[in-house]
Design a protein around this ligand. Structure first.
Ligand SMILES: Cc1cc2nc3c(=O)[nH]c(=O)nc-3n(C[C@H](O)[C@H](O)[C@H](O)COP(=O)(O)O)c2cc1C
Length: 553
């Protein structure tokens, strides 16, 4: 590396640390936010490209027989054909609407993927070769109507050839403003969590169709933006101000041993007339508040094109060797039912207990397996996130603080990073690296750490997700991946909660350093990036639930 490159890298790392520290919530000082909510400028949750041809997708998820328990064990059905109807199912069960809720004259949509504040910064795109019922091209998915908006159609044979095998690409982007409107500076973190949830949601739905998913690790942000048409002014510029989308992730859904040739795909797009991009992006809010800290972290975590040989030659390496998870109590439930009934609990009853074997079966799913969703989408990437549980109500486990090491090789490192007097008492089945650190009633601590939210104390357990910060210093873009891995872990736990007959909630609002203080972490080697909780839900009977599509919408 040249001296200027080293200096630029150091600056990016410093900008990252500055953002990370300033976007922390503290007991006596929340991260900078808007203060008052400007309801008139609440961003439209649906991006659409007016003037783009629309392809109406069928609603066929009900006909998909795949059982949830099979895919969580990595038993995928035979791969379905890549055609418009099966892609309709992929979108319906990942980024599609799951219901409309209404109360007091207000109506809002829920989706299969959750989102902080239900603001949904994540947008989904499809890039495909010519398929039955779908011309080759770039499409934007509009979940409100379950349609694909054709941004551009591509006849160039080099486009189809570049897909090199059976498969399609899913692109994910974030509109930071959607979250920043409500959460200010910390919003960028939530956009990344949501992206992780979306990656997992896609990988589960793809698995239900027999398809493997892989994050295209080599893709740089400019390549992703170019492929999705994000940097084409005529598409994003109705009144020269439609909110920009940040390129997040490209997912290859298809043959796991091949990858599309991104260079050739880009070339096929560059050869074209700019006017061949269709549709104009809608403006989501009339006025905007700038958040320079978000711009700063966006630039600091810019991802260049990177070469990862292991992306092509995946190592069959898991930590530890994974045994198929024990069947959950929902062994007979279809994946489509679980995906669409997933909801966040608003509150918990404070009495429901789950049996320890149910909890252990969830932990089994947390061990990375490169053929089972959601971890298959990360290929052989290193596991960087480890949950710390604050157990309140699990029959057969003492209430207390536990850590689950998804990679047991980090045991010594983790011991050094935390309080010296933790018990580190191995607990549960032999194959699960679960350790009791402290037996204690932690309900008050959980509530306090999670910004005084009762859901962290009234549940069966709450957890924080410890991410390995030390390994991202040389590649600051991996900061985004840490949040994504947390979001994926969250999505997995959301589905596991439904399967166990209880409910979960993601927790983005927590006092970061209160959690670190509890654990005895006093440097940046490990940081808690996302919290979560699971328990017996109480329902709000005032809310009316309407179907996602068709009648009543
Ligand atoms: C990243 C993230 C952070 C969240 N943080 C909180 C939180 O701090 N408190 C809470 O009650 N819900 C939280 N939620 C739950 C959202 O409010 C919920 O996902 C959203 O309202 C949509 O509802 P649904 O999950 O039922 O589809 C969070 C969800 C996500 C994905």
């Amino acid at each position: 590396m040249t001296k200027p490159e080293i200096e630029a890298g150091t600056k990016r790392w410093q900008a990252l640390l500055e953002y990370h520290e300033r976007s922390k919530h503290h007991v006596y000082r929340y991260a900078p936010g808007p203060g008052v909510l400007d309801w008139v400028n609440q961003p439209n949750p649906f991006r659409e490209f007016s003037g783009a041809p629309q392809i109406k997708l069928s609603l066929t998820a009900d006909t998909l027989g795949t059982q949830y328990n099979d895919i969580r064990c990595g038993k995928l059905p035979l791969p379905a054909h890549f055609n418009v109807n099966n892609l309709a199912t992929l979108f319906e069960l990942s980024l599609g609407l799951s219901a409309w809720k209404s109360y007091n004259g207000n109506r809002w949509a829920l989706r299969c993927n959750p989102s902080s504040g239900n603001l949904h910064p994540t947008e989904g795109y499809l890039l495909c070769p010519p398929l039955e019922g779908l011309p080759a091209g770039v499409y934007h998915y509009l979940s409100r109507n379950h349609v694909l908006e054709q941004r551009t159609a591509i006849g160039d044979p080099q486009w189809a050839e570049a897909f090199a095998g059976r498969g399609i690409l899913i692109g994910l982007t974030s509109i930071h403003w959607r979250e920043a409107w409500k959460y200010g500076m910390r919003a960028w973190r939530y956009c990344q969590h949501d992206c992780g949830h979306a990656i997992a949601a896609v990988s589960y739905a793809a698995a239900a169709l027999g398809w493997q998913t892989r994050l295209v690790l080599s893709a740089g942000d400019d390549e992703t933006a170019g492929l999705l048409g994000l940097n084409r002014n005529e598409g994003m510029e109705p009144a020269a101000s439609a909110e920009l989308e940040a390129a997040d992730a490209l997912l290859w859904v298809g043959d796991p041993d091949t990858r599309p040739d991104l260079g050739r795909l880009l070339q096929a797009l560059e050869n074209r007339d700019r006017a061949e991009w269709r549709g104009r992006a809608n403006l989501l809010s009339k006025a905007h508040v700038p958040w320079p800290d978000i711009d700063s972290i966006h630039h600091a975590t810019y991802k260049p094109h990177t070469l990862y040989p292991r992306e092509m030659h995946e190592l069959a390496q898991t930590y530890p060797a994974r045994i198929p998870p024990h069947a959950s109590s929902a062994a007979g439930m279809s994946f489509s039912r679980i995906a669409r009934q997933r909801r966040s609990a608003i509150s918990f009853d404070g009495i429901t207990h789950i049996p320890a074997p149910t909890f252990f079966s969830m932990l089994e799913c947390l061990i990375a397996d490169h053929s089972a969703p959601p971890w298959n989408s990360l290929g052989s990437s290193q596991t960087m996130v480890h949950p710390v549980f604050l157990v309140h109500r699990i029959t057969g486990l003492k209430p207390g603080l536990y850590i689950f090491l998804r990679n047991p090789a980090i045991l010594q490192d983790m011991k050094r990073a935390m309080r010296a007097d933790w018990l580190w008492q191995k607990t549960g089945p032999d194959h699960l690296p679960l350790y009791l650190l402290l037996a204690h009633d932690l309900r008050d601590a959980a509530k306090l750490i999670c910004c005084h939210q009762g859901i962290a104390a009234d549940s069966c357990f709450a957890l924080g997700m410890l991410a390995q910060f030390s390994i991202i210093e040389n590649e600051p873009w991996r900061y985004r991946h840490l949040f994504w891995e947390c979001g994926m872990l969250g999505q997995m736990l959301y589905l596991e909660a439904e399967a166990a007959g209880i409910r979960a909630t993601g927790i983005g609002c927590f006092f970061d350093d209160e959690m670190h203080a509890l654990l005895g972490i006093n440097d940046h080697s490990w940081q808690s990036l996302y919290h979560f909780t699971m328990g017996g839900p109480t329902e709000d009977s005032r809310l009316l639930t309407l179907p996602p599509y068709g009648a009543g919408t």
